[in-house]
Structure formats: C-alpha cells, structure tokens
Design a protein around this ligand. Structure first.
Ligand SMILES: Nc1ncnc2c1ncn2[C@@H]1O[C@H](COP(=O)(O)OP(=O)(O)OP(=O)(O)O)[C@@H](O)[C@H]1O
Ligand SMILES: [Mg+2]
Length: 274
C-alpha cells in the first residue's frame, strides 16, 4: 500500500492559517512559541485556554507536553512564561492554581497529592487545561483480551467519547445534543470543545504504525472544523473591584458581629472556651 502525503509546505499553506505542521527538525521550543505561547498570554488576559496532545503510542505526546532536561516541554515552558508575566506585572494581583491529574479507567486521580492520601477526584470547573492523552489510539492495536481488554475499553472510553464529541461539533451539530457527560475527559474539557475557550490540539504521529497515523490525521482534520466561542471571562476595572471590596467588607463586618454576639452569650453564662 502506498500513502501519499502532501508536502509540509502544502499542509502549512492549508485553508486555515491557524494550522501548522512541525517536521522532525523543529523543536518543542519552536512549537511552543508558535502555537502555545499565544494561548498562555491570552489566558492571563482572561480567556480560558486548553492545549492537548493526541496521538498514537510513542509518537511524542509526553515528549511534547513534559519534555526533558535538554528540551523542555509545553507545560514547563508555559509555567515559566506565566511566572514571568506575573513578575512583569507588579500592579496586578494574580491567583494561580495548578492541578495535575490522571484519568485512568475513568477514575480521575490527583497527581500532586501524597500517594497515601490519593483518592478519586470529583470533577469541578477549571480554567487552564494542559493535557497529555496517554495512549490515545492505542486500544485498537493492542489486540488485548479479558481484563486487559476491559481496562483498555475504559481507558479508551474517554478517547472514544472525545472523538465522538469532536465529530458532532465539526458536523455542525453544535445546537443539538453533545454527549460531554459520557466520559470524564469530555466533562473536564467541555468548555474547551465547542465552548468558551481557546483550544490548541497537538496531534503527534510516528511512522511506526501507518494506520494509527492515518486515524490521528483524520481526528486532526475533523477537529479543525470545530468552532469554539472564546470570550474574556471577567475583567475587573477599578470600580468593579471597589464594589467587590465594599461587599466583602459588609460581609466580613456581619460575620464579625455574629462572632462577638456569640462571645457575649458565652461570657454572660460564665462559659469560657480556650
Ligand atoms: N520530537 C522528538 N524528538 C526526539 N525524541 C522524541 C520526540 N518525540 C518523541 N521522542 C522520544 O520518543 C519516545 C516516545 O515518546 P513519548 O513517550 O513522548 O510518546 P507518547 O506519545 O507519550 O506515548 P504513550 O502514548 O505511550 O504515552 C520517547 O523516548 C521520546 O523521548
Ligand atoms: Mg506518554
């Protein structure tokens, strides 16, 4: 079988200037500068942002997202930039929260938590998502049976559903029912897929398995048609901030009053706590 791929230039010249193909000579640093850094900057300016890596096993998802000492990945580069932006903006206040988790067998685990205290996480909404999809495309090729197959099905439930969701969104079904709730990953990424977020999908391929490469490219070309609707979340101007602080002061005063009433009651009955 012969597959003919368009040249890198032709792919890059594509219909949509937001598409970009990186060949083997280009570094993760270059990829970061071209497609990821703009998202990090806009996240600091109030947009939700998601960057996720999708592709067959050993194609370089972890290499791209985490990297190594010699070649930093998208995650450390993004963190460096976020701290630089914070340092360079002494007049702004930032609240930075980081979570790092794994979805395995449809169970979400906190990877920053002490392993003895690990317990499955409940899903909450969050703003910035940097995702490395372990083993995307893998299950169909493993030929696994029994327990491993069941495990494989569950691991791939998230990947299967993300494929479905992206397909529906790119078919123009945006007004219809989208099954975000069918997997943990799509619930977490709901805003990033067809919603209020700027999303970059990095698809990694390797010539090791041509069928998986084709299926990743199909995923990529479908995902290209997905339309998101990103808008700035809340930019607080000085007046809005003052209003928030005034409300907070009223609330704190009320709570202070409640506490002193309690102490008065305790004191008047000669009960002391301490
Ligand atoms: N662009 C690259 N340049 C040099 N080495 C790379 C590159 N991409 C991947 N590699 C190397 O290839 C191997 C497999 O890559 P990686 O572990 O990132 O794959 P993966 O897509 O995360 O696989 P899995 O689905 O199994 O997690 C690693 O040893 C990695 O260092
Ligand atoms: Mg990996």
């Amino acid at each position: 079988m012969v597959f003919e791929f368009p040249s890198w230039d032709a792919l890059n010249r594509n219909d949509n200037e937001e598409n970009r193909v990186f060949n083997t000579d280009e570094t993760t640093d270059k990829l970061y500068q071209d497609v990821a850094q703009p998202l990090v900057v806009s996240a600091v300016n109030g947009y939700n942002g998601t960057i996720f890596a999708y592709g067959q096993t050993s194609s370089g998802k972890t290499f791209t997202m985490m990297g190594n000492q010699k070649s930093l990945g998208v995650i450390p580069l993004a963190i460096q930039d976020i701290f630089k932006i914070i340092d360079d903006s002494p007049n702004r206040e930032f609240l930075l929260r980081v979570s790092y988790m794994e979805i395995y067998n449809e169970t979400v685990t906190d990877l920053l938590c002490d392993s003895r205290k690990k317990k499955p996480l409940e899903i909450r909404e969050d703003i910035n998502n940097l995702v490395d999809l372990a083993g995307s495309e893998r299950a169909s090729q493993t030929g696994a049976a029994g327990l491993r197959l069941k495990e494989g099905c569950n691991i791939n439930r998230s990947l299967f559903v993300i494929g479905q969701v992206i397909k529906k969104l790119s078919d123009g079904h945006a007004g219809g029912f989208i099954n975000y709730r069918d997997s943990k990953l799509t619930r977490i990424l709901q805003n990033s897929l067809g919603g209020n977020a700027k999303t970059v999908i990095i698809c990694t391929i390797t010539p090791a398995a041509i069928e998986e490469t084709l299926s990743t490219l199909q995923f990529a070309s479908t995902a290209k048609h997905m339309k998101n609707d990103p808008h700035v979340n809340e930019v607080l101007d000085d007046e809005a901030l003052m209003k928030r602080y005034r409300n907070e002061i009223v609330d704190l005063k009320k709570r202070l009053e409640e506490v002193s009433t309690f102490w008065y009651t305790v004191d008047s009955t000669h009960l002391h706590i301490g």
